[in-house]
Design a protein around this ligand. Structure first.
Ligand code: CA
Length: 710
């Protein structure tokens, strides 16, 4: 394996004794422990002993989300209370990890708006608005509002905007230093992920595997100038155009038919980890587009590098190795979930490993020097595959799991056994903490017209029918699972009421923090799962907590604002409303005395019923066929979950002139409501009839429930 200059420098100056003591104490620090030399930027970010800051997405380069802080521990956590808070009335979905650098807390909110505040009291220092609505191209519609985070490196904050810019800001002033376009704004690709800065570069990918036959890629830029350093495509293009590199030539051998015309995907929308010890960047790659492999690769094949971890040289972007978790993906089982680094004892030997718990439900331990599988076991029910073969490293797929001979019950569902909600790893308990999902979906491709899909590749989609099954694998759909990566066994599990819960934070104080969809912020005992402390935020939580220490005081910070894909499309409303509950940044300490204004209770909007509005069934059906462009935010069956207003209860959808201003003219574009410029008057009318029909139906349903005493 080729080692970078950075690694060589470390080896020359290493003090083996000190390294081994630090390693024993913390089980982590192989670099950044040398007091005699100034640390490089990457050593600083990799330094697990720094407790003042939260410098990177997963705290340090290892992405462990483990803090050595012990002030808040299993006995003191009962005293944890809000120290200060910041109301965020113009934010909606908040899903991002905040950063703390030199006493300043940075976070990104709705429409990629960044704020820098004093981390000890919340006083605003600067705000930056990249004005996403003004930069949106013509083909992009839903999903404008969310971002999972930002990156810090050498005095700069990096943000990637939804429509495709990567921007560098001065961390002190918030002034823009440079901006580059990393995707064509007219392409049906978008960015929700955090950029990752490392080795004087900053990398960003994109999403859009289902939107069109998109070829996913990642691009690394110079942190100082924004000049492109390298780009790595995740799936091969048309062989007639020549391959970009040997890796693409190798990948092309695993695709069949004319794949470049009909599909692709692999989009890296999340999951970048920099390995400072090996000067390697690991990319978690996306699922295939469309999901049905018969369309994108008609005679089968593993379809590299879909659903994989790909290891690239940090300097050049050159391929080093890959491990594919789901060959020939057919279920949206992408591997975009976090890639967590550690050095642990495997069969008595210190081994540099990756931990990865992707959507497909298996927990993987991989040797990060070679890319070879060490072990893989299911952490939830996995009906698509019986096990992972330890010799080939490949899953053994169950009969008809690829749904070409009729309907089949598949678990995990396309929401995944685990999504982007962060997993953490505690080197003291030696356990990983996974926000898990227990869900299933019925797949059936027998009625899919493959020829039709091939004739219209640009429409995008999945090319298979899916539906909800009658039963789910467990009585609860969400849980927090503590997993032992050495024994590959569950240490404990806490069931949750809801499916879509936030990422985790773990500390040397013996704690695991996690927020839930139903608004509780919980602290658990890390080795047993016992609930030690709970705070009701009054609104669903989707962001992971962070912790840091300023002037001797340990803080725990949490953004509160239900969000992410499932928050829009989920079946049931939890009472989180677009306009009612206050979105907030809550910061806790053991001395906290802030009085936080109470949230209004969960709210279930009453549909407006206009008896003079006569529903035309034909128009309502046409409206139903247009509504797929709206449901990601306004909710399935027109029942909103907090990401956007509930249209059944909105007076706007009763007045065609007002409706046109919102839907076609885009008067709320700055809040993320796209301008659907191609909608005709007839389309708008059809949507109104569909919304009225749904409003009347829910009104009737509510009346029936009241009558039945429910
Ligand atoms: Ca997907």
């Amino acid at each position: 394996m080729k080692s970078g200059t950075f690694q060589k420098k470390i080896n020359t100056n290493a003090k083996p004794v000190m390294v081994s003591i630090m390693h024993l104490l913390l089980g982590l620090c192989l670099i950044g422990c040398h007091q005699d030399l100034p640390q490089t930027e990457d050593q600083k970010i990799a330094d697990e002993t720094n407790t003042a800051d939260w410098l990177a997405y997963g705290r340090t380069h290892s992405e462990q989300r483990f803090s050595p802080l012990t002030d808040i521990d299993t006995s003191t956590v009962v005293n944890l209370a809000v120290d200060w808070y910041l109301d965020l009335p113009n934010d909606k979905a908040l899903v991002s990890t905040s950063l703390v650098v030199d006493g300043i807390l940075y976070f990104t909110g709705t429409m990629n708006r960044i704020r820098a505040v004093d981390a000890s009291n919340g006083n605003m220092i600067w705000q930056f608005d990249p004005e996403v609505a003004k930069h949106i191209g013509k083909n992009k519609k839903p999903g404008w509002t969310q971002s999972r985070g930002i990156s810090y490196y050498k005095g700069k904050i990096f943000t990637a905007t939804w429509e495709g810019r990567l921007i560098a800001l001065d961390a002190k002033t918030g002034k823009q230093i440079w901006s580059v376009l990393t995707i064509d704004p007219d392409k049906k690709m978008s960015i929700t992920g955090a950029p990752k800065a490392f080795a004087d570069k900053v990398i960003i990918g994109n999403g859009g595997s289902e939107a069109a036959p998109n070829r996913g890629y990642v691009t690394a830029y110079d942190v100082e100038t924004g000049q492109q350093a390298w780009r790595f495509y995740i799936v091969p293009g048309n062989p007639a155009d020549g391959f970009e590199n040997e890796a693409m030539e190798m990948a092309a051998k695993t695709w069949t038919g004319e794949w470049w015309k009909y599909g692709g995907g692999g989009n890296a929308w999340h999951g970048f980890t920099y390995d400072a010890e090996l000067n390697t960047i690991y990319i978690g790659t996306g699922n295939g587009g469309p999901w049905n492999p018969k369309v994108r690769s008609e005679n089968g094949g593993d379809n590299l590098f879909l659903s994989s971890i790909v290891a690239l040289d940090a300097e050049t972007g050159k391929y080093k190795w890959h491990y594919q978790t789901t060959p020939g993906d057919s279920w949206d089982y992408n591997s975009n979930m976090d890639i967590v680094l550690a050095t642990i004892k495997i069969k008595g030997e210190d081994t540099r490993i990756i931990m990865h718990a992707p959507k497909n439900g298996f927990f993987y331990v991989i040797n990060r020097e070679t890319g070879k599988l060490i072990s893989a076991q299911p952490f939830v029910e996995t009906s698509w595959a019986s096990h992972v073969d330890s010799v080939s490293g490949k899953p053994v797929i169950n009969p008809n799991a690829r749904y070409d001979s009729g309907s089949v019950y598949i678990t995990p569902s396309p929401h995944g056994a685990h999504s982007w909600h962060a997993m953490s790893y505690n080197p003291v308990t030696r356990l990983a903490y996974i926000p898990a999902i227990h869900d299933a979906t019925i797949f059936d491709a027998t009625k899919t017209d493959l020829a039709d899909w091939k004739n219209n590749p640009d429409k995008g989609g999945i090319a298979v029918s899916i539906s909800d099954p009658d039963s789910l694998p467990r009585p609860y759909t969400g849980s927090l699972i503590a997993w032992n990566p050495v024994t590959q066994k569950q240490a404990w599990i806490v069931p949750h009421k809801e499916l879509w819960n936030a990422g985790t934070l773990t500390t040397a104080g013996g704690l695991v923090f996690q927020g839930t969809a139903d608004g509780q912020f919980n602290a658990y005992q890390a080795n047993t799962g016992k609930l030690l402390w709970q705070y009701n935020t009054g609104l669903g939580i989707s962001a992971p907590a962070i912790t840091y220490k300023i002037k001797g005081k340990q803080y725990v910070a949490l953004l509160v604002g239900y969000g992410g894909a499932f928050a829009g499309v989920g079946n049931k409303s939890l009472g989180w409303d677009y306009n009612r509950q206050m979105r907030r940044l809550l910061v806790f300490s053991l001395e906290g005395k802030a009085a936080v204004p109470p949230q209004p209770p969960p709210y279930f909007p009453k549909p407006l019923v206009d008896t003079t509005f006569k529903i035309d069934e034909e128009l309502a059906l046409k409206g139903y066929n247009l509504y797929w462009q709206c449901f990601a935010c306004h909710g399935a069956n027109v029942v909103a979950k907090g990401m956007a207003p509930d249209l059944r209860a909105s007076p706007v959808s009763l007045n065609q002139a007002a409706f046109a201003m919102f839907v076609r003219d885009g008067i709320k574009a700055d809040m993320g409501m796209p301008a659907f410029k191609d909608f005709t008057d007839e389309d708008l009318k059809a949507l109104m009839h569909f919304i009225r029909k749904k409003a009347n139906q829910s009104h009737q349903q509510n009346a029936n429930e009241i009558e039945m005493g429910n």
